[in-house]
Design a protein around this ligand. Sequence first.
Ligand code: NAD
Ligand code: LYC
Length: 607
Amino acid sequence: MVQSFTFEGPSSIWRLQQQQRRQAHGLASCSTRCQGLSTFKGVNTYKCNRKSAKISAVATVAPPAEPQLQKGSAKAPTDFEYDAVIIGSGIGGLTTATQLAAKGARVVVLEKYVIPGGSAGHFHREGYTFDVGSSMMFGMGHEGTTNLITRALAAVGKSLDTVPDPTQIHYHLPRSPAHPQGLEVRVWRAYDDFVEELSQRFPHEREGIKKFYGECWAVFNALNSLELKSLEEPRYLLGEFAKHPIACLTLASYLPSNTGDVARKHIKDPELLSFIDIECYCWSTVLAEHTPMINAGMVFCDRHYGGINYPVGGVGRIGEELAAGLQERGSHIEYKANVKQILTEGDGEAARAVGVKLADGRIFRGKTVVSNATRWDTFENLLGDQDMPKAEQLFRKRYKKSPSFLSIHMGVRADVLSEGTQCHHIIVEDWARMEDPLGTLFVSIPTLLDPSLSPEGTHIVHIFSPDWIDNYRGLPPAEYETKKERVADELVARVEAHLPGLVAATVFREVGTPKTHRRFLNREDGSYGPIPSRRPLGMLGMPFNRTAIKGLYCVGDSTFPGQGVNAVVFSGFGCAHRVLCDQGKQPIIPVLDQGYNAVLGAVRDRA
Ligand SMILES: NC(=O)c1ccc[n+]([C@@H]2O[C@H](COP(=O)([O-])OP(=O)(O)OC[C@H]3O[C@@H](n4cnc5c(N)ncnc54)[C@H](O)[C@@H]3O)[C@@H](O)[C@H]2O)c1
Ligand SMILES: CC(C)=CCC/C(C)=C/C=C/C(C)=C/C=C/C(C)=C/C=C/C=C(C)/C=C/C=C(C)/C=C/C=C(\C)CCC=C(C)C
């Protein structure tokens, strides 16, 4: 069965022209398959045989596939009270669901779309498997405790084969007097290789570089020694403090810190500080001074410790396997199940979530409701007449919606890539424009790691860049189509400066705008998640999973620790743990619990 993710509208004229061009030129097809990665240590170990591919076949162009319902989807029963009703099958929702199901809870996940995974899903077109969002996966290693995706899968008896990426990112950064050809840095999987390359670019900052990333390791090593569960549960937390006092004190001391402050302690060179900014911006969509140090510790070290690993078959396999594991444990997932309302009983402080109502009128009752929708969607769209709780008003003051992305999914002839091309690239032409809409270009070529994702003789090139929904609102359909293709042409031309021949080698292209993200991911304004609206106190202001409405929990990137698949998996672990405690299925110390959570709330209110 083909699972697909329909992006808004056909890419009309451009695609027709491309199809004609492709039929005229013939589509290159590999006579040999890529060898993938032989070893990953050191430089240029990736071997791709495709660049020597012979043209051996002309592609047959199938019409875009209609979305099809994920295999195994059936109507979930409504005639009893679930232990948990979960809105949305993003990785945050699925982790919560599978963690609960693994402990014997009866769960139903209700997903508006036709496949699991949300922004970490994938869709199929003309022989290509495109990741909806980024193809860069943390948390799929096999050691330590921070390999959360591996652990989430294992909890329901699943695992995925992965391909190790030899680099996390190849940065192509602006020219400067010190780097007249542009600053080129590759973040190698081997930490020492990366530090050496960066130190060669900034020899006078060799010590500062070591000290800054050294502090990141202090954070990561602390995280990587703890069992990762709900930080809203004091019994667990005390246990971890007793077992790992230094690690816990280290983390506690970094909770209020931001990465920019730590970087400036060790580094003075403004160009290197801009490099630290892009190191943060490319996953947090804010600069280092707004990026929590704990998250930076996680990202800047897991890439070397567990490494970046690509799941064979595509990022969407993670959601598919979690969904399968959930169903095998007797719980349910229903697709095309659009939750319109969270049902509550009582008002004000006495309000309690008791279930949800779907667009088709069906009602699912649950002891607990968990929302994997964003906080904006949950509290402004799904809660009907409930007054906005104070904690949520505060959240809206501290955090705003990040921009969404313009995304270009392309199939290209394999011979356009030169040997040694890396999978993930960041392009910034002008530091002053890094944060502007369409200022920073993200490029991923996941077929360098998993050739099965595209027809022989081709690669996938996914170009994306932050952009705002307002730039596409209110346009008549033809104007909207023209605008998105024009913007895509401009971005592709900018990438072509680093990948010569890209336009001519393109055999497939589909463009999604922030409107596409809003429509198919059901995320308010297509946002990538919350970002601080002012300088944050590290992570102290970020809400955990409980909400002001009893029985209602949030999970996903609107909760601690924020954006990122590994981050939302952590949020899922925490959410499930807290739900099990609140349902009396895991032990708590009630007096301690109440007191601790009151203090936690007070700290957050002041953060
Ligand atoms: N490489 C990476 O690290 C990478 C790649 C892809 C995605 N991501 C991350 O994933 C994070 C998002 O994950 P997430 O778990 O928070 O959520 P998500 O947005 O991915 O998934 C939410 C799901 O809930 C569904 N949904 C929303 N409202 C609904 C409703 N009313 N009824 C039924 N279903 C509804 C949506 O259709 C979607 O499938 C992002 O922050 C992004 O950083 C990261
Ligand atoms: C009292 C209290 C509360 C406390 C005490 C102390 C302690 C114990 C503490 C603790 C803490 C903790 C545990 C924490 C945790 C954290 C975590 C887990 C975190 C995580 C994170 C993660 C992240 C952030 C990730 C992210 C990622 C991302 C976002 C990615 C993205 C990507 C992209 C976008 C791609 C790019 C592309 C290209 C380049 C092409």
